[in-house]
Design a protein around this ligand. Structure first.
Ligand code: ADP
Ligand code: MG
Length: 296
């Protein structure tokens, strides 16, 4: 059992030196830090971390210390080469400091924007890691819920090594956070069941599979499958009905296997799998399909 003392009086600033700013989001800022006791004068031995500083006023309304504790316990247990590691957390009066692995080569978003698109070969290298990481995360019963190229960081651009960040955070930041994201236009990757008109519809880990489908589409052709500019209808309705095309000539030389994978991921299917389908390996979306375990 992991012990986390959220009442600890140890202060973030007494342990780390801030070395620079890595970025500012809408709800947090991310700084590069080193522990105060690391050996000075030897840069290569210097430990570097990224710290995400979250203002508590941005947290969900029903946030409480217990909820934070539960979330953090989960994040601590997560250890996968393609998921940004969470090392520690300092819970202070008005701020939360989340100590993370520092990922040095920037956002995958900037990488694709610059390259315009990736080859199938390159895409395969990236997606092998992404699928592997999401499989692991889902195996721990965690949905990322905010997968997009901005939340995929690159540990090595040359080797196409990626790490997914911000998992579990959407839960801490709550609905106000996602509302803000709407205003910033990052609904481009959202699954149809999340924006379904029927209120109180439940949705599960499958939302991540949809987002991966959108990211896969973007990687292979350099354009978005759903966008207001492609309408009418508008973005959200395009997503709700799953309306997208493999345009010519961009998609002419892309394999049927790749297209089939995208089709499988971008399926609007909010119904549970029929009972007759028992294979848990079937690529499916929509409401969560939880295979029966031996004990049940
Ligand atoms: P947003 O709220 O827009 O998602 P974030 O708060 O997640 O922004 O991150 C802000 C910036 O910090 C981003 O540009 C991101 O690339 C960078 N960043 C976040 N986490 C890390 C990390 N672990 N290592 C290096 N850079 C990071
Ligand atoms: Mg982010």
């Amino acid at each position: 059992r992991i012990e986390i003392d959220l009442k600890s009086k140890i202060m973030f600033h007494s342990i780390y030196d801030i070395k620079g700013t890595l970025g500012k989001g809408h709800f947090a800022e991310v700084m590069l830090v080193t522990p105060k006791n690391s050996i000075a004068g030897n840069e290569s031995k210097l430990q570097q971390y990224a710290v995400k500083i979250i203002d508590k006023s941005n947290m969900t309304k029903n946030f409480n210390e217990q909820k934070l504790h539960d979330e953090i316990i989960v994040m601590y247990k997560i250890s996968h080469p393609s998921l940004v590691r969470i090392y520690n957390l300092y819970n202070e009066n008005d701020k939360i400091y989340l100590i993370m692995e520092y990922v040095k080569d920037g956002e995958f978003f900037d990488f694709i924007s610059q390259k315009k698109k990736l080859s199938e070969y390159e895409t395969r290298i990236v997606f092998k890691q992404l699928f592997d990481a999401i499989k692991y995360l889902h195996g721990h019963r965690i949905a990322h819920r905010d997968l997009k190229p901005e939340n995929i960081l690159m540990s090595s651009a040359a080797k196409l090594e990626v790490k997914i960040s911000d998992f579990g955070l959407s839960k801490l930041l709550g609905p106000e956070h996602s509302l803000m994201k709407t205003l910033c236009g990052t609904r481009l990757y959202v699954a149809p069941e999340v924006i379904a008109r029927t209120p109180n519809r439940s949705y599960g880990r499958a939302v991540d599979m949809w987002s991966l489908g959108v990211i896969l589409y973007v990687c292979l052709c350099g354009n978005l499958p759903f966008a207001d500019e492609l309408g009418p209808p508008g973005l959200l309705d395009q997503i709700r009905i799953g309306k997208y095309k493999f345009h010519s000539p961009a998609w002419d030389n892309i394999s049927d296997n790749a297209k089939d994978l995208i089709k499988g991921l971008l399926t609007v299917n909010t119904l549970p799998l029929p009972r007759s389908i028992s294979s848990s390996s079937i690529l499916t979306r929509g409401n969560e399909y939880i295979p029966k375990t031996k004990s049940s």
